[in-house]
Design a protein around this ligand. Sequence first.
Ligand code: C2E
Ligand code: CA
Ligand code: CA
Length: 755
Amino acid sequence: MRIFFSLAFCVVLLILLISAFYARRSPKAIGKTVYVLLLATMQPIIGNLVIVVSGNKVFSNIGCYIFITGMDVIVAAILLFIFVYCNLPCPNLAVRCATLIILVVDVVQLLLNPLTGHAFTTEKLIIGGYPYYRLVPYMGLTFHRFVCYGIILWAVVLLFRIMIHTPKIYAEKYVVIFISLMIGILWQTIMIFSRTPIDRSMIGIGIFGILTFYFSLFYRPMRLLDRMLGDIVSEMPEMMFFFDGTHKCIWANAPAKRFVGIKDDQLDEVSPKLIEKFGSIEDDSDNWNLQKMVLSEDGMKYYAIEKKTMTFDKNKISGSLISIRDNTEEQRTLRQEMYSATHDRLTGLYNREYLYERVKKLINSHSEKKYMVGFVDVRNFKMVNDVFGSDFGDYAIKCIANWLRTSFSGSGITGRLAGDTFGICVLTTDFDKKRVENDLSTFMVEEGEKSHHVQIHFGIYEIVDKNIDVSVMFDRAHMALKTIKEDFQKHIAYYDDEMRSKVLWDQKITQEASEAIRNKEIVPYLQPIVDVNGKVVGAEALVRWKHPEYGLMSPSKFVPVFEKNGLIADVDRYMWRSACEILARWRKSGRDMFVSVNISPKDFYFMDVPMTLKRYVNEYGVSPARLRVEITESMMINDTSMRNRILEELKSIGFIVEMDDFGSGYSSLNMLKEMPVDVLKIDMMFLRNDNYIDRALTIIRNIIQLAKELGIESLTEGVETERQHRVLAEMGCKLFQGYHFARPISVEEFEDRYK
Ligand code: C2E
Ligand code: CA
Ligand code: CA
């Protein structure tokens, strides 16, 4: 028995020592207090160990002193620990001092015992044939016990009060310490009164120390955490269903239960209820999320559903969680935003960007099928707005959109490209050309009193190459559309190979242009201009491209292309400069002739034409009067003030301004009134139809007459016969140009011929 208890005390001491070591190193604030407590716990145990193993009166007495004074140390340490552990306010100085004095007095009176013998003595017992010295208490020891019980009672009361005032869930950390402390006290009390040899309660004190160590340094209130997590989940607006590894629902929060309409004891019904609501949502994977729409009494509802699977032990599925969030509001705004970002507000059709996107998807998703895109345009829509008002215009747009929607939405898609243009994409086989022609030829927009037949035109591109950009497809369809001129019968035009090769041609010559100017492939030709007697008085500079592949190219092959992409400005600048160079040479050789140059209406967008021309004449030192400029009436047709300013400027520099191609436009006579030009260049070509030559001559006579009255000189171009020359001369025309006199020829040939 002695050996057993000796060993037991040693083990307890060892554990306490290790614990003390860790407590000292603990980063927690309470670590030091626990350390002190553990050391204090060791003292009475050491005392008892000495008593048990010594078997000798002197050593046993020493053991008794260590044990008894150790009890003072331990109660003081427990009291201190309780204050710190329970976060109690520190007692005031008087109380602290009084406690300390009592303890010190007690220890001192105990230590005086060898002299006075007032506290205790020891009596010899034989246990297992071995001497054991048991305490025999006197007054001093009774005082000591009062002190120790008094202090420990104080500590217990403090702990008890804290314990009962703390929420149950959190009281766990006090309860364990309280119970183990009570067991220690009780055990010790029993030992005192029973006077059993070998104080076994030391083991209880040791366990109390160890529990204190664990609870104050390592214990985390897991139950509290569980409860808190549980409460948080319960109060979440999201619906949460927890399942175990066998897919049985084990818990659902309140919103979840409300959602499927079940009570606590009906968790088995969760799965069938979920299927009833959403259909089968299960998926083979462990984790997924999806968005579901459900039609309910309050309209369409949207839910974001997510499943998470949890694995705890050895990758075995331990449970899963399905959370469902009602995101109806979010989805509604999202869908609304999506809608306004992708649809046209007036018509509800797709807007251009989204149409392109959808077309791309559509044609790529059915690679075997043949699709076509259509570019739809309303002829003269501006006029509809001007005449009937923009409300009617909007209404007309809506009518057209509706017609497109009902006609093509089946297999295809429709969108609004811009103001009065729309785009469609349909299966080639679904486009019934006859039906569409028919609908369009009678398309009326009627609103109240107002009614109007709108001219709708379709340009169609049948998609051959699905890889080209959708915008290019619509460009091609648009190109086809532009071939429908003022033809009231025809509403549909197809993009064909000819257009395609034209596009390629345009691209090719555009790429080559700058290089061609630099290589002098682009050159001026001169066509003589003669007077009444047929004497050459000047020439028109006409551009030619000596193309290495295609030979001598006429301007009709490239000027319109360059007018579209702006390259015309480069060509014209080059031509004007060449004209000045020629004039400079002629001045030196004494040739008294002028050169007229063409100015494209587009030139005005790219440069300050008068200043550019002025710079060239100055550079070459030629008189501006020798350089005639040919403008057309389409020059800045809308901006009359700007146009007149430019004309005045040209004239003020000294250039002679000629109005080219007079008669080919529809408002020429009107223009004449407004445009202050010097020369009228009448184009015979537009009147060239031999059957009507007499009528043509009548018109020309009147024009010449009118011009004369306005002080404008006349020049007729396109003169092909001697008769025309004679008749025009009789009418008062002063200058002539045409194949009858000469075709445009190279500068060298011209200079050779007209010395
Ligand atoms: P345009 O300015 O009206 O030039 C007159 C055109 O009529 C020239 O064609 C000329 O060769 C042709 N022509 C002259 N006499 C007769 C005739 O008796 N019968 C017929 N059937 N045709 C005749 P070209 O040289 O092919 O020029 C065509 C158009 O190209 C020009 O018409 C002009 O608008 C434009 N163009 C020519 N050179 C230039 C240039 O340097 N710059 C700009 N911007 N345009 C140019
Ligand atoms: Ca001309
Ligand atoms: Ca002309």
